[in-house]
Design a protein around this ligand. Structure first.
Ligand code: SF4
Length: 402
């Protein structure tokens, strides 16, 4: 009989029932900015070992969601309204209504997070898929996402989750923070990541998972659009090892495409970097939206001067999706020019994403140009980092290596 791998275990975990699991697969479209359509998975045989996640039937959603959990970071406003102080949307929410993100609901003057403990996507991924290139190369992580988002990116690669409420998605899995940590332990992964949709909009769940998981020795990672306000950000960073932030571009036009603004994201990047938590940045290069080499050069110069030339930058290929199906995929030549621009601005660690097999998937030593980590897409083929240093020239390579 075939030995069951860890990946199979999570398939089983998601598969509380085969039908529900199949539905879960349909909801899942991969990580943010991930190359769409090439990763699919099939349900594995159910086996003992991991407590099953419980899909809530359609008829049970209203009742289950109405339980919720009281939100953090809000204050009362006049006429029983509440001001949410979690992100830069600054929603003032009337009784019985939800904020822009579709997740935070005002019930008689008390704000609730309706997706707490209810992920709509759970999966085991390699850490390279986040992407994180300077964190435990080749490690597996338990990745969770819920419903909703505080952005409206026209190009969203995960819109099936992010641009829907939990009711519109129609299913979720009942998994408390302690359950998440137990599942991660049984799967043998070393990292827990909040990802797929924006972690800010399931903040209380992310924070509670992080607090429990860190005590148990797990590394904590999340992938964000950076629109979280400073106070909740600093609180979460106390329980975080690494963050991946999407920098959508370096212009008003780029952020108009996401119905958001650039400045708050830059502030978040500075706070993360100052906190000492490991930071990597993703820039999805979209034709006609943010692919000017002047804009990319300005962005890289800002990263170099304000953060550090040692912050890794992932330049990722866009594929037509959601409301931008009229555009073509980013030409590989554009990404190569962007790579040259970033290196020309002095960034030490630049890679290309969503171009499987390209030589720029790999990380080179900024001192001796030797191969540090050879990757084919998300797969680590070779790792020449020894005790945090280049094996060839001993240059110190920043990151989390053990
Ligand atoms: S977290 Fe949601 S409810 Fe709160 S301000 Fe942001 S979008 Fe509005």
């Amino acid at each position: 009989m075939r030995k069951q791998g860890r990946r199979d275990f999570i398939f089983k975990a998601i598969a509380g029932s085969a039908a529900a699991f199949t539905a879960g697969c349909m909801l899942f479209r991969g990580n943010r900015n991930m190359l769409p359509g090439i990763f699919s998975f099939a349900p594995a045989a159910v086996s003992a070992g991991v407590p099953p996640l419980t899909p809530i039937r359609e008829s049970g959603i209203k009742e289950a969601v109405s339980a919720g959990t009281e939100a953090l970071f809000y204050s009362p406003a006049e006429r029983n309204r509440v001001s949410c102080e979690l992100c830069y949307r600054n929603c003032v929410i009337a009784p019985g209504r939800r904020g822009f993100c579709r997740n935070r609901e005002n019930r008689r003057g008390t704000l609730y997070n309706v997706v707490y403990g209810r992920p709509s996507a759970v999966h085991v991924d390699p850490v390279e898929k986040e992407p994180q290139h300077h964190m435990l190369p080749g490690a597996e992580m338990l990745s969770l996402g819920t419903a909703g988002c505080n952005f409206r990116c026209l190009h969203c690669h995960n819109w099936h989750l992010s641009q829907r409420s939990i009711e519109e998605i129609g299913r979720y899995y009942d998994h408390s923070p302690a359950d998440v940590v137990n599942t991660a332990r049984q799967l043998g992964v070393s990292i827990i990541s909040s990802t797929y949709n924006e972690p800010t909009v399931f903040y209380e769940y992310v924070l509670d998972i992080a607090q429990i998981a860190q005590r148990e020795g797990f590394r904590i990672l999340w992938h964000s659009n950076g629109y979280i306000r400073p106070e909740p950000l600093r609180e979460l960073l106390k329980h975080t090892d690494a963050v991946t932030v999407d920098l959508k571009g370096f212009s008003k036009r780029a952020y108009d495409n996401s119905s958001a603004e650039l400045e708050p994201v830059l502030k978040t990047l500075k706070i993360i970097r100052e906190s000492g938590v490991w930071l990597e940045i993703v820039n999805l290069v979209i034709p006609g939206i943010n692919d000017s080499m002047v804009e990319i050069g300005d962005m890289c110069a800002w990263i170099r001067d304000t953060l550090s030339p040692e912050v890794p930058l992932h330049l990722s290929r866009f594929f037509p999706n959601y409301k931008l199906t009229n555009l073509s995929p980013t030409p590989v030549e554009t990404l190569e020019k962007a790579y040259d621009t970033a290196k020309g601005e002095g960034l030490h660690y630049v890679t290309l994403g969503n171009v499987p097999g390209h030589e720029y998937n790999s990380t080179l030593c900024p001192k001796c140009s030797g191969m540090l980590i050879r990757r084919i897409h998300f797969k680590v083929e070779e790792n020449n980092i020894r005790d945090g240093r280049c094996a060839s020239c001993s240059h110190v390579i920043p990151g989390i290596w053990s």
